[in-house]
Design a protein around this ligand. Structure first.
Ligand code: MN
Length: 228
């Protein structure tokens, strides 16, 4: 054990479905505009431009159905329901055909967004970090081992207060999970523990204190949080 000058922080981790074991989280990469209908609602052209990425800190993960405190400095907290990919085996320049063998598992997640701050950053050409990478901005459900799950299809849905808010299918991703892993690993060396949030379908919208968010990805599981 090194002699740290301050106490090291606890390791952020995700629960694993049906197990007491934990998945240690390294980095959280997020794909921007990966469903055409969401790209259109954000005022972008959904033609197949190369994928682009932003990141959240590892300790943004919020697990176990815990409440999400309404964040500071925003009047427009948006939900983005997403499939999350957990990398179990790292690599660089991973071939698309090998990409899914690098996946340890999947979970349902929410890329919570301070949309007003993100929009202000877009206008001024500044980074998105404070719109995307704030505390507790990544509620996630339990991880399910990859097994035979096929991430090229399956319903993805978010209910707010029991009302349907977002619904789509993983088949509508512009860049598939395998393509994202191949592309991202050409930019950075993926490491075991990295998470990839694969983008949201359309109908993102604001939530407020007291709202209950319940998301679901077919074949993967659920994510749940209440805004407190
Ligand atoms: Mn997103």
């Amino acid at each position: 054990m090194p002699d740290y000058v301050i106490a090291p922080r606890p390791q952020p981790a995700l629960p694993v479905q049906g197990s007491n074991a934990l998945f240690p989280v390294g980095r959280i990469f997020c794909v921007g505009r990966n469903y055409a209908e969401h790209a259109i609602e954000m005022g972008s052209d959904p033609t197949r431009e190369p994928p682009f990425y932003f990141a959240k800190p590892a300790d943004a993960v919020l697990t176990g159905g815990a409440d999400m405190p309404y964040p500071a400095a925003t009047k427009e907290l948006h939900h983005e329901m997403e499939l999350v990919v957990a990398i179990g085996a790292g690599g660089v320049d991973i071939a698309q055909g090998d990409a899914l063998q690098h996946v340890w598992g999947y979970c349902a997640g929410l890329d919570m967004t301070r949309r007003d701050l993100q929009n202000a950053a877009k206008k001024t050409g500044r980074p998105w970090d404070m719109g995307k990478g704030f505390d507790h901005s990544a509620p996630m459900g339990a991880l399910v081992p990859a097994g035979t799950f096929d991430p090229t299809k399956g319903k993805i849905q978010l209910n707010v207060n029991g009302q349907l808010r977002q619904v789509s299918d993983l088949s509508k991703m512009i860049w598939s999970v395998a393509e994202v892993i191949a592309n991202l690993s050409s930019l950075v060396r993926l490491q075991p523990g990295d998470l990839i949030m694969t983008g949201t379908p359309e109908n993102v919208a604001a939530v407020g204190k007291g709202d209950l968010l319940e998301g679901f990805v077919e074949g993967v599981g659920e994510v749940r949080t209440r805004i407190a």
